[in-house]
Design a protein around this ligand. Sequence first.
Ligand SMILES: Nc1nc2c(ncn2[C@@H]2O[C@H](COP(=O)(O)OP(=O)(O)OP(=O)(O)O)[C@@H](O)[C@H]2O)c(=O)[nH]1
Length: 391
Amino acid sequence: MPRRATLKRLRAPDGCAIDDALVLWFPAPASFTGEDVAELQLTGGTAVVAALLRTLGDIDGLRPAQPGEFARRAFDNGKLDLTQAEGLADLIDAETEAQRRQALRQASGGLKALAEDWHARLLGVLGETEASLDFGEDEEDVSARLVGDQDAQIACLAAEIEAHLGRYRFAERLRRGLTIVLLGAPNAGKSSLVNALAKRDVAIVSPEAGTTRDLIEVHLDLGGVAATLVDTAGLRDNTAGVVEAEGVRRARARADDADLVLFLCAEGKGEDAPPGALVVQSKADLRPSGERGTLRVSAVTGEGLFELETVLIDHARTLTGWGQDATITHERQRSALAGCRDALIEAGGEVDAVLRAESLRLAMRCLGQLTGRVNVEDILDVVFRRFCIGK
Ligand SMILES: Nc1nc2c(ncn2[C@@H]2O[C@H](COP(=O)(O)OP(=O)(O)OP(=O)(O)O)[C@@H](O)[C@H]2O)c(=O)[nH]1
């Protein structure tokens, strides 16, 4: 029965029972892929699944799905556009609340709906531009009025798209998660702080300076924003050997690409901190009268940890445009829309109606690339390869 869960005994062709399973039947087109789909919910267990797969494998024309094949079929059958497919892959990968919300918005067609609205409006302007080509010299007044009207519509569209593009970098950071790199002199207490923030022992702590050599990463949820905190080798110029020197090189390189650098110092005010770094004083328990105006923490007593977490959450939310509900989350989407905006600007500045129509058509093609309506064969593999098997 369509869309009803039914308990059935599954049997091999020779009549041997395989399992008792819940069977769901989704006839086309009301299924995820738009094709006929049967879903079997088995008793968990490797042998049960293996026995069923063996039996199914013997049926002609049946084979296991490739990663992303269900989503690809849904796309081919018009159930999803490309932005929704990207949103769905992000939703599967989402680790934090904010990532989940952003991905769900896209998977449920937030960007698709915008693109469809822009497409419809563009089509309207293009129609008017093409109609104006038919006006004769004696109708110049009407023609000029129409061109003025089109200019306003084109400018309005370009401005709307620009506003969405402006929020891209926030959404992209939220989607991929932030990288926060912890720098500081050897023995500043970096590994201890990483363990305290992660609330578990991930990095080795030792009184010996130069303990951490390679980069150690821990995942944090900063008030809904995913972040990777990277513990690094302590920065010093006279390193004890090539391994430590390489560690220091990696630390600096990673800090250059980080969204935020935390600079931890056990003494002084962090005068050596790179520009833009958030300076934190460590071992607050050992220096009760630390520098004013600087965050002070102790991994031993826990002093200042809550305040540091609050500051990190504030930074994370600012860096990801908290509450802005951005729509463009992937570079692919950004570049298609930037192309659309450029073509619109081109069209707006064009007095010749033929050339104007040409630019408007280009703008529509760019929108088509965003949603996957046109010319995207080469990027489909890239989009759908990200999916896991079974989706
Ligand atoms: N009293 C006190 N000692 C601390 C604190 N944090 C770290 N320590 C001690 O300082 C020493 C160095 O700590 P680590 O966390 O290994 O320092 P690190 O900056 O990671 O050191 P490297 O790996 O050498 O770069 C250890 O003996 C820690 O127990 C703190 O808040 N208070």
